[in-house]
Write a protein that binds this ligand. Structure first.
Ligand code: FAD
Ligand code: NAD
Length: 402
């Protein structure tokens, strides 16, 4: 009898962790990992690449360097669709791939909410390609100014004020003053606007902690518009609503960071989803499909305490990867699966290189330089979870001081 085949789709935090953990369990199964690139990227650091404060090489590594290739077959390909009733995956280049067990971990995409003009006229931060494109665009606009003297070249609008936006603003406000010297543009003409739909900024933190972060960014020159939902993006223009009136702000760089949804492959494969996320059962499998696990940003796991799904984070994605590997091993050994449990270790956001803020275990708040050290330690722990100690050393991640 042939060995069962476990296929893992996506080598982000969730998928890569599953592959690594499952390969350590010596199961009698063939393990196949599929990812569209031959590298893993740390999605948690995309804002640094987008702002140009770190190169892509600092947050990427080759997948085959961190998996046991004797136990895991890696296929570089793009998943088109899962034919779940026939137990097969349709790949862009390699045709069909059949499975006995499937782990869907295809991660997140930009959420446009159907707002007109977003795809045409703004720049998302969702993978290495889009982050590098945002960086190249920003640098081009800033350097244009010397010739054009068009102040819109120095105008940047960041759409939304969630964590991604705040972390991106932290990076660009660190870097732009340095670029002003080399590219020779006047800092007093730089205009950075952040437009948020909700009436409160950073509502997940205490008022004092949220205000700390906002004050840091305001001091660095960011203007916040709050309670002002964006209605349309036009060429070099963001249209938002304020007190019932439509208003416009103009800029040559428009960054779209108003949230994420799960991979479109989830919906196209016919799963019952909302914004690309499937509400999973307690053991992370999909209702009605005992052969399919759904983990990471394509899944929704109910937090019994709050009565709402946990926010999608790398932290929970890694824990789900561990749990999926454990449950797969149990199934392969004819044992019952176990329920997934998750306790958040807290949330910390960076505001550029030396400042951070957040809440850690026990509700303790950290901010400023200490916040930045905590944030860097968390990111290093995640890198160690999906990479190896060698990856951490190669990426030079112990520089907490500059
Ligand atoms: P992903 O990391 O999105 O990985 C999905 C993988 O699947 C990728 O390798 C992708 O290339 C591949 N893939 C996608 N589609 C296909 C396809 N069709 N075929 C083949 N392969 C495909 N979370 C935290 O906990 N802490 C943080 O500090 C933090 N900071 C963040 C900062 C930013 C700027 C952003 C955008 C997010 C941040 N998050 C953070 C959230 C976190 O990055 C995500 O929750 C996490 O990446 C989800 O992991 P995942 O494995 O589900 O998906
Ligand atoms: P988000 O959904 O957390 O934030 C998006 C923001 O955009 C929200 O404040 C929302 O109100 C706003 N928005 C939505 N539509 C808008 C509109 N039309 N006009 C103006 N504003 C609008 O998304 P994100 O920041 O991309 O984060 C995605 C996920 O990744 C979250 O789960 C987050 O917790 C996680 N993340 C975590 C960290 C961290 O832990 N440091 C950093 C980045 C992202």
């Amino acid at each position: 009898m042939s060995r069962p085949r476990v296929v893992i789709l996506g080598a982000g935090y969730a998928g890569l962790k599953t592959a690594k953990e499952l390969s350590k369990k010596n199961v009698e199964a063939d393990i196949v990992l599929v990812n569209k690139n031959d590298y893993h990227y740390e999605s948690t650091q995309l804002h640094e690449v987008a702002a140009g404060t770190e190169p892509a090489s600092k947050i990427t590594f080759n997948i085959v360097d961190v998996i046991d290739t004797k136990k895991v077959e890696f296929i570089k390909d793009t998943v088109i669709k899962v034919e779940k009733d026939d137990k097969k995956v349709l790949l862009e280049n390699n045709g069909e791939l059949s499975y006995d067990y499937l782990v869907m971990a295809l991660g997140f995409e930009s959420e446009t909410f159907g707002i007109p003009g977003v795809d045409e006229f703004s720049l998302p931060l969702v993978n290495i390609k889009t982050a590098e494109a945002a960086q190249a665009h920003l640098d081009k606009m800033l350097s244009n100014y010397q010739q054009s003297k068009n102040e819109l070249d120095l105008s940047i609008v960041v759409c939304g004020a969630g964590f991604t936006s705040i972390e991106y603003l932290g990076e660009i406000t660190n870097r732009i003053p340095k670029l002003a010297k080399t590219m020779n543009f006047p800092m007093d003409k730089v205009k950075i606007t952040c437009i948020e739909a909700m009436p409160t900024l950073l509502p997940m933190f205490s008022e004092k902690l949220g205000q700390f972060g906002i004050d840091v960014l305001k001091k660095r020159g960011v203007t916040f518009k709050v309670g002002t939902p964006i209605k349309e993006i036009k060429e070099n223009t963001v249209v938002y609503e304020e007190n019932g009136e439509l208003k416009e702000v103009h800029a040559h760089t428009i960054i779209w960071t108003t949230g994420v949804k799960g991979s479109h492959v989830v919906g196209e494969s016919g799963f019952a989803e909302r914004r690309g996320r499937v509400m999973v059962e307690k053991d992370l499998r999909v209702e009605g499909y005992s052969d399919i696990f759904m983990i990471g940003d394509v899944s929704a796991v109910m937090d019994e305490e709050s009565g709402r799904p946990f926010p999608t984070t790398a932290q929970i994605a890694i824990k789900q990867g561990e749990a999926a590997a454990n449950n797969l091993a149990r199934l392969l050994n004819n044992q019952p699966t176990e329920a997934f449990t998750f306790k958040s270790l807290g949330t910390v956001a960076s505001i550029g290189n030396n400042v951070g803020m957040g809440q850690i275990l026990g509700g303790k708040e950290v901010k400023g330089y200490m916040g930045s050290i905590v944030k860097k330690s968390i990111i290093n722990k995640s890198l160690l979870d999906v990479g190896t100690a060698g990856t951490l050393l190669k990426k030079g991640r112990f520089d907490y001081y500059h």
